[in-house]
Design a protein around this ligand. Structure first.
Ligand code: 8X3
Length: 251
């Protein structure tokens, strides 16, 4: 029987890359996202590769919708082996005291509360079966605040604390918890951060060979494929010419 991974925010970027990587690695997939047509497209693509795909169309910020969607799973789809809490975003680089409260609410509600909601809905079943793996998408941004990063950095610090806490809570089980912390990854991340300004977004990655969503998906798949007694607790993944949030050597 094939293993099952549930991936949030699966319609683009790292989430989509994880869907393709885990499909290639022999998993069937539960994919969640807000955009039904993008979910449908991804499903057709994965079905063509022989992967069975279940789509759940909801926003992780909506706890009722998430609960209804996850509770609608039946049969084999209830036995989730890997939960990839990927849905997340950054909005703006404004000063903390100038950032629109709606923006910080969106980041906190998605990156922290959405991840907690999914953990709350899925992990109890893993505990019942005494097997499973939670992979949370953290960030280099969670290591230390950088200029304009304020709330986004805080949400990714929270991902670290919440992952560490969950690992403690699950230490007497066979369930593993991994926090993956990418640095510069060229996806839609910066386009979203700069409210659709593609030029500003491109500038973040100009002059450096950044990571791709696929690079991060490979790390997630590696963590999921490690022998059962091996828990990859945390991985900081940087482009070769990025040393930290401040030092990036550009051409
Ligand atoms: C994305 C990494 O450093 O651009 O989470 O904030 S960074």
């Amino acid at each position: 029987m094939k293993k099952i991974a549930l991936i949030t925010g699966a319609t683009s970027g790292i989430g989509e890359a994880c869907a393709l990587r885990f499909s290639k690695g022999g998993y069937d997939l539960i994919l969640t996202g807000r955009n039904q047509s993008k979910l449908d497209l991804l499903q057709s693509r994965l079905n063509a590769d022989g992967t069975d795909v279940k789509l759940l169309n909801f926003d992780v910020r909506d706890r009722n919708a998430a609960t209804e969607a996850v509770n609608s799973l039946a049969g084999k789809w209830c036995d989730i082996d890997v939960l990839i809490n990927n849905a997340g975003l950054a909005l703006g680089l404004e000063k903390e005291y100038e950032l629109d409260p709606e923006k910080w609410e969106t980041m906190i509600d998605t990156n922290i509360k959405g991840m907690l909601t999914m953990t709350h809905l899925v992990v109890p079943h893993m505990v019942e079966r005494n097997r499973g793996h939670v992979i949370n998408m953290g960030s280099l941004a969670g290591e230390a605040a950088y200029p304009g990063g304020n709330v986004y950095c805080a949400t990714k610090s929270a991902v670290k604390a919440i992952s560490d806490g969950l690992r403690i809570d699950l230490a007497d089980t066979c369930i593993r918890v991994t926090n993956i912390k990418p640095g510069l990854v060229e996806t839609n991340f910066s386009v979203t951060r700069f409210y659709g300004d593609k030029c500003k977004a491109d500038n973040v990655y100009n002059g450096i060979h950044p990571l791709s969503g696929e690079d991060i998906a490979d790390v997630a798949f590696y963590a999921a494929s490690a022998p059962e007694h091996v828990q990859i607790a945390e991985v900081l993944v940087l482009a070769t010419h990025q040393a930290n949030s401040y030092v990036v050597s550009k051409d």
